[in-house]
Design a protein around this ligand. Structure first.
Ligand SMILES: [Cu+2]
Length: 341
């Protein structure tokens, strides 16, 4: 949260006619409601990605076998500059992996060999720094291994998938805060060798956007587009196990959080353990912290989820689950056939 200038901006974003609106390029009037620009939504075709598809999009890459018989799993990530609409009418000059924010949710299995080709098609030096266990030269930080990858160049990061859990990746070029805040990050899931129980799986990368370059956020979201899951709830099924892979990459603010209405969830920090650390309805995460949430909805209906910093929620980071009976037509467009590698 901004301390001084941002506080004024926050006020501005809640009331029509404030000068601060100029900073976003468009008036964002909401008159104090839980949403802004009611009736206006972000066009996913212009962005090239849809938060409703992204929330269930797991990228298993392509696989082959090494001579040893181990699976080699490969992806190519390309850094590209791209203008993203982060809230209705609000454009942000982003840096992206593969043209989307968050970048692809990379998914693999523990023990596989991973090979990520990184192409810098952007206008600044970048890297990919993975969380997890790997050699120093594959760490994607300046001055070690390939270091900062210059414009037009490429490098290959290769390491073993370990440990099982929920991790993340992000650019580690300098200045770090700017490279993260511009949009260079994504979720990285290492499945346990024996997998996890079948579930309706969702990925939520909690982020924000500094649209006036004051090193404080004007907009907040899960998966980039504020209010996307308010305008159109995430449909899921009564009684079915729901599993959320929750990652916090929010820059500038010290903490972020996830709160679920009408229910409690089991929380597995970093997804590395088999026993939940908490049974709760709210978790708080610092940047880089992540965890797996699991629960079942016993009742149908519409349930909110949002940051429990209420001001983040008012600035975009809130949504609904629509819990349906099996066979409800609302499930058809939302529930995917299970993807697998
Ligand atoms: Cu970068």
């Amino acid at each position: 949260m901004p301390v001084l200038g941002g506080a004024a901006l926050l006020q501005g974003s809640r009331g029509p006619g404030h000068d601060a609106h100029a900073a976003t390029g468009h008036a964002a009037h909401d008159g104090g409601h839980a949403s802004f620009r009611d009736g206006h939504t972000v066009d996913p075709t212009a962005n090239g990605f849809d938060p409703h598809e992204l929330v269930r999009d797991f990228d298993w890459g392509t696989t082959s076998r090494l001579a040893s018989g181990r699976v080699l799993r490969e992806w190519t990530l390309t850094a590209v500059n791209k203008e993203i609409e982060v809230a209705p009418g609000v454009k942000f000059a982003a840096w992206t992996y593969n043209g989307r924010i968050p970048g692809p949710t990379l998914r693999c299995r523990e023990g596989e060999r991973l090979r990520i080709t990184f192409v810098n098609g952007s206008s600044h030096p970048h890297t990919i720094h993975f969380h997890g266990i790997h050699p120093a030269e594959m760490d994607g930080v300046p001055g070690i291994g390939a270091g900062e990858v210059r414009v037009g160049r490429r490098t290959v990061y290769e390491f073993d998938a370990q440990p099982a859990g929920l991790h993340l990746y992000h650019c580690h070029a300098r200045p770090l805060a700017d490279h993260i805040a511009k949009g260079l990050y994504g979720a990285f899931i290492v499945d346990p060798k024996d997998g996890r129980e079948d579930a309706d799986e969702l990925v939520m990368v909690m982020n924000g956007f500094d649209t006036n370059f004051d090193r404080a956020n004007e907009f907040y979201a899960a998966n980039t587009v504020g209010f996307a899951y308010m305008h159109r709830p995430i449909a899921t099924q009564k009684g079915r196990l729901v599993r959320v892979y929750l990652v916090n990459v929010l820059e500038y603010d010290l903490i972020n959080s996830f709160h679920l209405h009408g229910n409690l969830f089991r929380y597995f920090p970093t997804g590395t353990g088999s026993e939940p650390a908490e049974f709760t309805d709210t978790v708080m995460l610092c940047q880089g912290q992540r965890g797996i949430l699991e629960w079942r909805f016993p009742y149908t209906g519409r349930y909110m989820f949002h940051a429990h910093q209420s001001e983040f929620a008012e600035l975009g980071w809130q949504g609904f689950f629509e819990v349906c009976e099996p066979g409800d037509p609302r499930l058809v467009c939302d529930l995917p056939t299970r993807t697998s590698g």
